[in-house]
Design a protein around this ligand. Sequence first.
Ligand SMILES: Cc1ncc(COP(=O)(O)O)c(C=O)c1O
Length: 382
Amino acid sequence: MAIKTSRLLDVYPQLDFEPVSGHGVHLKCSDGREILDLYGGHAVACLGFGHPRVVETLAQQAETLTFQTNAVPLAVRERAASRLASLSPDGLDQIFFVNSGAEANENALRLAFLGGGGRRHHVVSVEHGFHGRTAAAGAVSFGSEKWYAFPQPPFPVRFIPRNETAGLEEAIDDDTAAVIVEPVQGMAGAFDLETPFLAALRERCDATGATLIFDEVQCGVGRTGYGFACEGVGVQPDIVTTAKSLAAGFPVGAVLMSDDVADRAFKGSLGTTFGGGPMACALVETVIDTIESEGLLAHVKKVSDHIRERCVVGPVERIQGAGFLLGLVCNIPAKDVRDALLAQDILVGTSSDPNVIRLMPPLILPEAHVDELAEKLSACAV
Ligand SMILES: Cc1ncc(COP(=O)(O)O)c(C=O)c1O
């Protein structure tokens, strides 16, 4: 048996490099290597590494007030909520801050059941979707039986096939509390669901009174070239959940909801100790300000188009997804492509689709790096 020296629980497969610092879109490793990061720490590092505004916000807020709870009003929390509401489509103006994507989904599902008043019993989720590892978020994640471990889910879940509108009448009925869906399925390989399918989910939710939840934990906060992906597809959910990019690396999540959904909450119905803390909120404000002041939505759209034009090369047969959440569909195993790129100092991600490489670069990625990716992909044909 190998001797174990680390005290960290061994649950994550590890890549073979150790980043010690980051600047812009590059990581510097302990052996001196420089790696172009097109994975962004699972889509978290939206402003790259060492962005001056992030560094300044952290320092300023740490000097001013590191923490206070939700039991007291905070101007920085109010400002963060207003900025977030301004980034989302009109009508999703009420915000509940949490700490992670799973916690955002857990609370979104609770709000859906609160709306059902005890008369709705199940949730509809989409095949291949991933929503997190907590009890309710795990229950609505496709394939979670492999790791779920709890004796039973908190409610029955009906999984529906992607992009199939036939059968929605049976699946979504008066007993459905919520339909939860990622408009662009991240873990599944940046699989962008078709607009008619998302619109049909909206229609069935309207017909039955079920709550439509868009999980934008991965695809939200500018990643698709829109504030939120729902705007890009023109389908308005009742709730949007988000996290990852929202504070550029500081843990935070949020539930954005309509006034109707907000009316279901009462004092004591939802809560969290750390959610909405001043450090996280100061960064939320800065991230959204920076997305707007640096014109990052337009930048993401432009560079994403360039990736689509240049990167169907080497093992890549086609590209799916939106903005900077892209899936490169390969004719060889994605893991081999990931390893071949890493050997050339470019970091990309894999996905639950064994043939899809995932790109989730910082929103600030300069266009010049697309050509570098294309060249190195061409050299990857194994
Ligand atoms: C779409 C989506 N929802 C929820 C989650 C869970 O987020 P967290 O790991 O912050 O709990 C993830 C994480 O990858 C995700 O991609």
